[in-house]
Design a protein around this ligand. Structure first.
Ligand SMILES: *Cc1c(COP(=O)(O)O)cnc(C)c1O
Length: 402
């Protein structure tokens, strides 16, 4: 493999290429497989094969929803496919304002601002809020976009042990009188467990710290109407100062948002660099997201079915002897142990048309490699039984369960 310069860049690229080709040569490469068609329900066409999808973030099964597709098509007819630039200059459409009002209403917040991805939202919000001399305090299992935002901000970046409230309190005390921002995922993306919001919020109040929660995996999943973690814990609407979320998971579009009080949103609109220096959401995606929030409220059966399906899946895997860790949500880790076992479990499941993916170190600690399966409102009872039988048989063959 030759590069223009034989330097550190070439070395990094070569090391990665070696890992990828090792995986490919050993039939252990599961990434970047293209889906060529939606087949209805939870089925998709992958490499010409009909597979049950157990790795999707479309928790309510809204990808392909007729109302949402139609909203996107109408937006293209009316506005075209692009915008005239960044939001603060010529890029704003009435569609964006409608979407932001809709999200603010859905999240029971005063106002909202959107960005073109959830990743970028976390980068720009954390680095707009805090900087040198301030403290940002983050759960150890937070998403990479939060971690990157913390580094980018230049604030003092410290972590607390996962969901460990005594440790968080120690961190808050260490920060003393400095300006403090506490951040956590609502539902953790590798484990499926839920942050102890009542305790975190109590500590933030006690130590005058801002609280930001990333709801990527809780919107459309938690709460009686799918509004998220405050509704789940039956807490007041102003418990979280900065309610961040993505438009790319339950909401079948792309983009990110934060909902908060008017003063903060106004600040973000005029100071966050991703708003000022990156183009607006395209019309089709803004319209699709807007319609999706309506569909969630109009079709409450989706949330009920998601809960029923998650219960069936989590309990069925436990009955088959698997350790699903502390999940209470639609993200279901199936502990395998070594990376090799997780790869072999994936191989055997995919060979029987169950599309699951592995998570291995360094994404998770050594020895805690797993399948990270997800469940949606689109799965049917008998499909879930089939998937669990396939995973169960693989587990027995490989000695993951007895
Ligand atoms: C997916 C995800 C993001 C990033 O959202 P995108 O819209 O895909 O960029 C941020 N935070 C968490 C917890 C996520 O799971």
């Amino acid at each position: 493999m030759t590069f223009k310069y034989d330097d550190a860049v070439a070395k990094r690229a070569r090391m990665m290429a070696e890992r990828v080709s090792f995986a490919k040569n050993n039939d252990l490469y599961f990434y970047n497989q293209p889906i060529s068609e939606l087949l209805g329900g939870s089925k998709v066409l992958v490499n010409g094969r009909e597979m049950g999808m157990y790795a999707s973030y479309s928790y309510m099964g809204l990808i392909g929803h007729p109302r949402i597709n139609e909203a996107a098509q109408k937006a293209v007819a009316k506005y075209g496919t692009g915008t005239h630039g960044v939001r603060s200059l010529a890029g704003s459409l009435d569609l964006h304002l409608e979407l932001e009002e809709r999200i603010a209403d859905f999240k029971h917040a005063e106002a909202c601002v959107t960005y073109t991805s959830g990743y970028v939202t976390n980068l720009t919000i954390v680095s707009t809020m805090v900087g040198r001399g301030d403290w940002v305090i983050s759960d150890k299992l937070n998403h990479a976009s939060i971690v990157d935002g913390c580094y980018m901000s230049g604030a003092k970046f410290v972590r607390f042990n996962h969901n460990d409230m005594a440790h968080l309190e120690k961190r808050l005390q260490q920060a003393g009188d400095a300006t403090k921002l506490v951040i956590a995922d609502s539902v953790f993306s590798m484990d499926g467990d839920i942050i102890d919001l009542p305790a975190v919020a109590g500590l933030c109040k006690k130590y005058n710290a801002w609280l930001m929660i990333d709801e990527a995996h809780s919107v459309g999943v938690l709460g009686a109407t799918g509004r998220g973690i405050e509704e789940h814990f039956d807490m007041p609407n102003d418990t979280i100062d900065i309610k961040m979320g993505t438009l790319s998971k339950t909401i079948p579009s792309v983009g990110g948002y934060v909902a908060a009080n008017k003063e903060l949103i106004d600040f973000f609109r005029h100071a966050s660099r991703a708003y000022i220096f990156s183009a607006a959401l395209p019309p089709a995606q803004a319209a699709a997201a807007n319609e999706a929030f309506k569909v969630i409220l109009d079709e409450p059966w989706r949330l009920e079915k998601l809960h029923k399906n998650s219960d069936q899946f989590i309990n069925g895997l436990k009955d088959r002897g698997f350790d699903t860790m502390l999940t209470e949500t639609a993200i279901v880790p199936v502990l395998c142990g070594t990376d090799e076992k997780a790869y072999a479990m994936t191989q055997k499941s995919q060979a029987k048309d169950v599309f699951v993916l592995p998570v291995v170190s360094p994404a998770v600690p050594d020895g805690l490699a797993r399948l990270r399966a997800t469940i949606t409102a689109n799965h049917e009872t008998e499909d879930i039984e089939y998937a669990m039988d396939v995973i169960g048989d693989a587990g027995k063959e490989l000695g993951v369960v007895s």
